[in-house]
Each structure stands twice: as C-alpha cells, then as structure tokens.
Design a protein around this ligand. Structure first.
Ligand SMILES: Cc1ncc(COP(=O)(O)O)c(C=O)c1O
Length: 442
C-alpha cells in the first residue's frame, strides 16, 4: 500500500531539477532557502512558473491540478478574468495613493450586505494583523485582559494568540484543563498569563473554564474550522450564548472559513459574532485582512470626533489593488458558484470515503462547501486531540504520490481547498489517481 518515501523522493527529484536548482540558489540568501516558512519542504519546494484556472505549472513544465489554491485564498482559481481585469484597470489608475479611493465604500458595502453580523468594516494587510486589532478591541471594550482560544486553532503570528496552535500531546495537559503552550521561542512571556485554552466541541469543559475566568476574559476567538473539524453548529450557538451571558465578546475567525458560503461559516452555523476577522478570499489573491462587526464595536476605531484611545491603520491597508481584486472576487462569487463548489465538494468527499473503504484504510472525511479534509484515523475528528490521531506519515506519502500524478494538495494531513474552475471531471480524475496511489507498491 502506497510507495515508500525513498522511491517517491527520488522520482520527485528527477522530475523537478529546476526547483532543486532554485532551492540551492535560495539557500545563499534566505533561511531554509525560502522566502517564507509555509512552503512544502520535503524533499524540496516546488517552484511555480505560472498558474491559470485550476492549474499550476512548475519550472520544469510539469502540470498540476491545484487543490491548495494559495493557502486557501484563491476561491475562483488562478487569474480569474474578472479579477485580472479589475487589477489591470486599477494599475492604469496608479499604485498606492496614500488617500482613500471610492473602492473602499464599494467593498465595505459588499461585505456588509453579505454578513448579517457586520455593520462596519476596516481593512488590514493580513489575517494576523486583523487578529491583533481584534484582540485589542475586545480588551478595550470590556476592560478585561485575558483572551480565550481553542486548542489547535491558529489566528496568525500574533503573540496574544499563538499559543497551543499545535502542541505536542505530552505538553498539552489534560483535556479538562488544556495547558498554554507557546508556539515559538521568543514570544512574550506575559502573553502566557493572558491566554486561556479551550477544547473544541466539549461544552461542559468550555462552560467550566469560561465561568472560572469570567471576570478576566475579554472574549473568545473561535474558528469553527468547517470541513476541517467536526464541530457542530450547536456548539457554535452554545458559544455565542455563553459569551453573551458572561459579558465576553465573540470573535469569529473567517480567514479561511469565509470560503464556505456567502456569509462564511457564521452564515452556515447561524451565529452572529461581535467581531469577525477576514483574510485570504476577500483579497482575491492579493495580500489582505479585514475586521468587521457591529457599529458599536467598530466605532471604537472612529477617532474623527474625539480620540477613543484605540486606532487601526497600516501603510498598505486597503490599498487600491487589493480592494479591486477583492471586490471583483466577491462579485463573482454568486449563489451558483457556491452551489457548484458545494456540489464538487460533496462528490469529492463521497469519492474519498469510497476510495479509502475500498483500500481497507480507516478514514474520516469532512466537507463543508469548498473545504474538504480526509484524516486517516478511525476516530471522529472533532477536536485537536482526535485530529492528532491521524496517520500523517502515510498521508505524506499519499500526497507526494498524488503530486507525482499531477495533483497539488494543501498542507494539513490531506486537505482540499476547492476552486470554482474545478469540474466533476477533475474530481473523478483525482479519485482515480488516489485509488491507483493506494494500490501501488514499490
Ligand atoms: C484561520 C486563520 N486565521 C488567521 C490566519 C493568519 O492569516 P495571515 O496568514 O493572512 O496572517 C490564518 C493563516 O493561515 C488562518 O488560517
């Protein structure tokens, strides 16, 4: 079952010599040879020459159907004509003016019209920046200093929140009282005292922990991780209710999950957070972040009358190229497009179930809209601890074998971030390739 890593690595090296050359060159001037830490490193990163629709083309001329879509950001696939046209039009006007443009109200109106919890919006440059501002806003609004977040959730490279994002299980403490595990050396030690870790899907424990810290917690950051974790919508509603009861703010992280529906995860789960943070999809492939919420929360950032004591800005926040790409993307995301994404998502999920059952490999498949994940485990994947039971070593081999057959997957054990140019034919081709991979031996 599935070729060995050694044989897969040697075929990959033989097929991608130009990527290897670039990596060797990069090692002279960049740590690890790469410009950021998030690239596939085993045995070397895959360097892309160009991309179009649902296809990626590497430096050696190999083609891949792209199931990763720039860390989930490109929901319309690569170089969607409306998005490219909007960027071109904006380029002709100029780059980076240092003054507002008419695009600002257009994209804000688009987001407000889609998401019932949002009355006002601000833009930043990344999900990280958005989580940073949201952390300050909920502290300022409540006068409390602690923030609660879920074990295994990532809200960006923000010291206030980058704890217990992927803790080793022997350091993670008991499920009733998860330990605070900083994700990196060098983070502020003070941040460890200001964070409270919650287990996903466990109402009783969440209830106990939040009540224990009820006068200290400003708010809860929550990414429902649709299509990634089996977190029920009831759990989301419970969280909305308890945070309201305890005077805490609920911040929903839609940086990835906004791709699951017109109003994102909160629209599917039927909850209205106090603040929502965005990234990825709302920039149409350009660098982006955004923060939205009720007028009461967002007006804390309105310093036009008297100073509120809290502000939000950023040299490139809401730059005209990002806004143009984001607006064109949101306008192209019609109900029909979401229906198509859900339909291919379901087809893929059913096929994955079948392929792994046929191969006799225990597997849990999760799907919501355009997000699909397959975990090699016989446990329901509803929190970080069950997520960690997935057989990642085998999945790594499967993913590499699929890459060699022309399929580029995301980085989680087996993650698919679908895009609208994908069709049933692409999904069926992928499933055929998966069955071959599962049957292959060296
Ligand atoms: C759920 C979630 N929140 C926040 C972030 C941070 O976004 P950015 O990489 O734009 O800073 C990410 C990034 O992957 C994410 O997945």
């Amino acid at each position: 079952m599935v070729r060995t890593l050694e044989s897969l690595h040697s075929e990959y090296k033989a097929r991608t010599p130009r990527s290897m050359e670039q990596w060797e060159r990069g090692k002279q001037t960049m740590p690890g040879g790469i410009i950021k830490g998030a690239y596939w490193k085993s045995p070397h990163p895959l360097y892309i020459d160009h991309a179009s629709g649902c296809m990626l083309y590497d430096l050696d001329g190999n083609e891949y159907v792209d199931y990763a879509n720039h860390h989930s950001a490109t929901l319309l696939g690569h170089s969607h004509p409306d998005v490219v046209a909007a960027i071109h039009k904006e380029l002709d006007r100029g780059i980076a003016f240092g003054n507002p443009t008419a695009l600002e109200a257009e994209i804000s109106e688009e987001i407000v019209a889609r998401v019932p919890s949002i009355e006002k919006v601000r833009f930043s440059n990344s999900g990280t920046e958005s989580s940073l501002h949201a952390s300050r806003m909920i502290r300022a609004a409540t006068g409390r200093r602690k923030i609660a977040k879920f074990e295994g959730a990532y809200h960006g490279s923000n010291d206030a929140l980058e704890h217990s994002t992927n803790p080793a299980l022997d350091a993670a403490g008991s499920i009733e009282s998860p330990s605070v595990v900083p994700a990196h050396k060098g983070m502020s030690e003070g941040s460890e005292d200001e964070i409270v870790i919650l287990p996903y899907s466990d109402r009783e424990t969440v209830d106990l922990i939040l009540r224990e810290h009820k006068d200290e917690i400003a708010g809860v950051f929550f990414d429902g991780r649709p299509g990634m974790l089996d977190v029920s919508d009831d759990f989301a509603s419970f969280l909305r209710d308890i945070t309201k009861d305890l005077g805490m703010k609920l911040v929903v992280d839609e940086v990835v999950s906004f791709r699951t529906g017109p109003a994102g995860y909160q629209g599917l789960a039927g909850i209205q957070p106090d603040i929502t943070i965005f990234g990825k999809v709302v920039g149409g492939g350009m660098p982006v972040g955004a923060i939205g919420g009720s007028a009461e929360m967002m007006d804390m950032l309105d310093n036009t009358g008297h100073p509120t004591g809290i502000t939000q800005s950023g040299t490139f926040s809401g730059n005209n190229l990002t806004l143009a790409a984001g607006l064109a993307t949101l306008r192209a995301l019609t109900p029909e497009v979401y229906a198509h994404l859900d339909s291919i998502g379901q087809r893929l999920a059913q096929g994955l179930d079948q392929a792994y059952a046929d191969a006799g490999i225990p597997c849990q498949v999760l799907q919501r809209g355009s997000v699909v994940n397959a975990y090699l485990t016989d446990r329901k994947v509803s929190d970080y601890r069950s997520f960690m039971t997935s057989d990642t070593a085998t999945t790594t081999r499967i993913n590499l074998a699929l890459l060699l057959k022309g399929y580029n997957l995301g980085t989680a054990p087996m993650e698919f971030m679908l895009s609208s140019p994908l069709t049933d034919k692409h999904i069926d081709g992928f499933l055929e390739a998966l069955s071959e991979v599962l049957a292959e031996e060296d």
